[in-house]
Design a protein. Structure first.
Length: 64
């Protein structure tokens, strides 16, 4: 299923330029869409703003 044309995905800043394992994110009204950059045709997952903030906070903590 093709992505809606209004979604503009960008590669995650944590995905290095030398790796093929990347995710892409697109901002939506009150939410974020996330997809696999290698398989964009498989669609995306949508997370609410609060869920996304909680995920980012936890991911940042894990990197420390």
């Amino acid at each position: 299923m093709p992505e809606p044309s209004h979604l503009i995905f960008r590669k995650s800043s944590y995905s290095g330029s030398t790796t093929q394992n990347c995710v892409e994110v697109a901002e939506m009204s009150g939410a974020v869409a996330v997809r696999d950059s290698q398989n964009p045709n498989l669609g995306h997952l949508t997370f609410g703003a609060a869920e996304w903030r909680a995920f980012l906070a936890e991911a940042k903590t894990a990197l420390l």
